[in-house]
Design a protein around this ligand. Sequence first.
Ligand code: SAM
Length: 395
Amino acid sequence: MDRIVFHHDTVLSDVHLLLPNTCHLMARLNRVGQPVFISKFKILRDSQLPDATESVPISAEETLNEGVGEEVEARAKEREAIAVNEPSLDEDGDLEVMRRPGESLWERATRNKVCPIILSQSSALSDDEEEGVLEDKDNQGFGDVIKIEHTMATPLDDVGKQVWRGAFLLADYIFSQPSIFGGATVLELGAGTGLTSVVMATTATKVYCTDVGEDLLSMCHRNVTANRHLLEPLGGEIRIRQLDWLQHNLCTDTNVEFSWTKDEVADLHDNTSFIIAADICYDEDLTNGFFRTVYRLCSSFSRPCILYLSLEKRMNFTLRRMDVSCEAYDHFRHCLRQLEAMEDGRSSFMVERVPLTFPQWLQYERIEQLELWKVTSMPLQYHQGSSDSELPFSA
Ligand SMILES: C[S@@+](CC[C@H](N)C(=O)[O-])C[C@H]1O[C@@H](n2cnc3c(N)ncnc32)[C@H](O)[C@@H]1O
């Protein structure tokens, strides 16, 4: 049996932690000894859409696994009984306190949040699944499910193999605003498993889905293939490519997998109108690299470009401050301010925070630490842009 490798800096996405009533069945180990899982994330259709600002009851049928319906019904009866009963007294006249049922699946299904679900766990993607020709076994309308291969509990430098809440938030926004992205060429930075690119390609014409690492990009490629059925009817296309924020140029070496062709580089510069990125600010050096990349790309694009950036503000206790702080987030906000203040005559950047009033299309916990930012870049009169050493986002 292969050994599972855990590192001291192992992190686990809450998306995978908060799975009600599911056991995690590993599909296999990947090349570097990490357990691989396959999750199906259901897309809520109009009639199922909760209001983002309201309590979101989820039907047992939608969210919970077999046998749970009975429990929900039993709990409902129990609650009804509690509601109609007058307070009762025992023989001595003492109040008999009825015990409130402990948190059950009923509570979980009705409290003011929704959880992600794994509808089923299965073994590695079958050939059919990789080809995107899965049967609709559950008769749910196969178009309602995004199927994602991912790992759990990765070291920090492999976090892209997990799905993060920011990916869901950005996906919700894309589903809510199809007319904005319809027909567009879009670049995703730090795409990880590719979930948000898949959602984007249900409306955009072309999505360059980028990240680093052959292993991760291969996983992303399998996910895109497995979800092809969602894109093909609408003609959306996803190209998975390497884009490293710590490198100045795009890789065009034909010997390297997921490298760019010269035509693609030209297409990217001429036609991109949106950049999207989910949950990519968690390390200062990477955040600097990310902002340098955004500046460089936007300054070389022929047209105005809008960047949508989702993130989760994470609190950490630091020994340095002996207090709870959110240093990665503070640094991100600092970089946003620097970007907006840039005056190099090449591009101007306007930063806005997007209110989270759009509905949820995917089931996850939309916690208050989630944020969505919009940065509009306008190309000004062309002149030589700043060199990396002149940029404020220094390493
Ligand atoms: C927390 S994950 C988010 C993944 C995905 N967007 C999501 O929300 O599920 C951060 C992503 O940034 C990527 N990343 C880290 N360093 C990078 C670099 N130097 N260049 C490009 N991407 C990088 C990681 O590989 C990973 O996919």
